[in-house]
Design a protein around this ligand. Sequence first.
Ligand code: CP
Ligand code: NVA
Length: 307
Amino acid sequence: MKGKRDFLGVLDLSRKEFLGLIDAAAKIKKKPQAFAGTLKGKSLLMVFEAPSLRTRLSFESGMTQLGGHAIAYNLGESTVGKKESAEDFARTFSRYCDAAALRLYDHTMLERIAKASSIPVINMMTNAEHPCQILGDFMTIAEKKTLKKIKIAYVGDGDNNVTYSLMLASALLGIDIAVASPKNYQPKNEVVNKGKRVAKGSIHITHNPGEAVKDADVVYTDTWMSYRIPESEKPERVRKFSPYQVNASLMKKAPKALFMHCLPAGRGYEVTDEVIDGKQSMVFDQAENRMHAQKALILWLLGKMKI
Ligand code: CP
Ligand code: NVA
């Protein structure tokens, strides 16, 4: 595909493109039948190294609704790294499919695959980023609030793919973000600096959850036990992260804020039932909006929609 674009990280998009995709996603959500059949005969390859509920279902249903087809392929069954190189894998799938989406741990491997692929490549989550999640999340914020002059607070594991994409998207859109996490679990400086280079809003890194959520429009958290983290680290992580739990007492400091979580949630760990099931919680809207946002993304990457 000539001049193909990939979506490996939030900053692969310009501010205008990011907002354009959110607008397009809102149109698709409002009138899904107007887009039925737009991807007739098109195939999306989905490669999974890590488990998934939302990502797998939202991409697969999204493709079906657009009249296309999604192929789910487990990396464990594949030839990559065993019988052939990442590059040969990419060159091969490019001959069968129209776009490829991958959930791999290693972001460098995803970059190698994207470079060798002649079809658009989408990041379905690596250790570095989860950009499709954040596209759906900002669509959700835009539906409930606005994307102008808001403050997002992230509380919990700072050295985390969702945190990184959230921080970079906030920077791209000129939104203020505060990240509160314990010592040794703060966002890596290289990602904070990458955000600061494009940021029109502020990026504030702290150890204090109360300070982070003060005046926040959104309070976001994610699991303390990401897929990549071995179970053996759980006791230590629970001990370190417990003061960072999003509970009713923390939410009292941000009474007008939306509560957001990418899911899967560790109820009783990073968030209490009363918060995730409470009025401020948007978690299932976020999950739904993944599908609308990804439909917009695929249509745009395949040249079927202008943004
Ligand atoms: N939020 C998200 O990506 O969920 P899954 O791991 O279930 O796909
Ligand atoms: N940070 C989490 C996100 C899951 C969608 C993980 O990497 O497992």
